[in-house]
Design a protein around this ligand. Structure first.
Ligand code: ATP
Ligand code: MG
Length: 177
């Protein structure tokens, strides 16, 4: 039980905290000297708080948007554009995972991309099965697919009990962005 093993970790569910919990893990790992990469699967989803923190943390904690990214609401753009961007994102993720440059990779909102058919679940499963043994991979986003959950070592479902937006409280700096 003492050997090092890279885990597949999933944060899913409707409650707030999927991305921030992944970033918290990333911070813990970084503190231990691990090299952490966060890859964004949804365009324009980044909050300045974590971007500014990552800048201060330096080369071993990097946040990046993949490919061209794609938008959450595909209205107005051809779906094929989003599909192409998502496929490019997955290719970039594969390259980074196999590079040996990282000890933890966070695939933020990849569950959303899978759910909407922009990234084939079979390709993600194949990627996870072929990952370097010691690499930790964290997948976030609502509606994680059963195949992903089956393969994972650690799965947490965030459950909404209350959310301030529902009470008309606007987004707060340091909490939402
Ligand atoms: P966070 O980045 O705060 O950890 P998340 O990753 O769990 O949130 P997402 O599904 O990525 O949540 O949603 C993105 C945005 O929607 C965030 O700004 C988040 O605060 C907000 N949000 C998440 N859950 C809820 C909810 N239950 N009701 C309203 N807004 C929510
Ligand atoms: Mg999120």
């Amino acid at each position: 039980m003492t050997e090092t093993k890279g885990l597949i970790i999933v944060n899913t569910g409707n409650g707030k905290g999927k991305t921030t919990a992944a970033l918290g893990l990333g911070m813990r790992a970084w503190g231990q000297g691990l090299r952490v990469l966060v890859l964004q699967f949804i365009k324009g989803n980044w909050k300045y708080g974590e971007l500014m923190a990552a800048e201060r943390m330096g080369a071993d904690f990097v946040i990046r948007q993949l490919g061209e990214g794609f938008v959450r609401n595909a209205e107005g753009d051809a779906r094929s554009d989003h599909q192409a961007a998502a496929e490019e994102a997955l290719t970039d993720a594969r390259t980074e995972m196999m590079s040996g440059s990282w000890d933890m990779i966070i695939l933020d909102e990849i569950n959303y991309a899978i759910k909407f058919g922009l990234v084939p679940v079979a390709q993600v499963i194949e990627l996870l099965k072929g990952k370097p043994e010691n690499l930790h991979v964290v997948l976030t986003g609502r509606d994680a697919q059963p195949e992903i959950i089956d393969l994972a070592d650690l799965v947490t479902e965030m459950k909404e009990i209350k959310h301030p937006l529902k009470q008309g409280i606007k987004a707060q700096k340091g909490i939402e962005y």
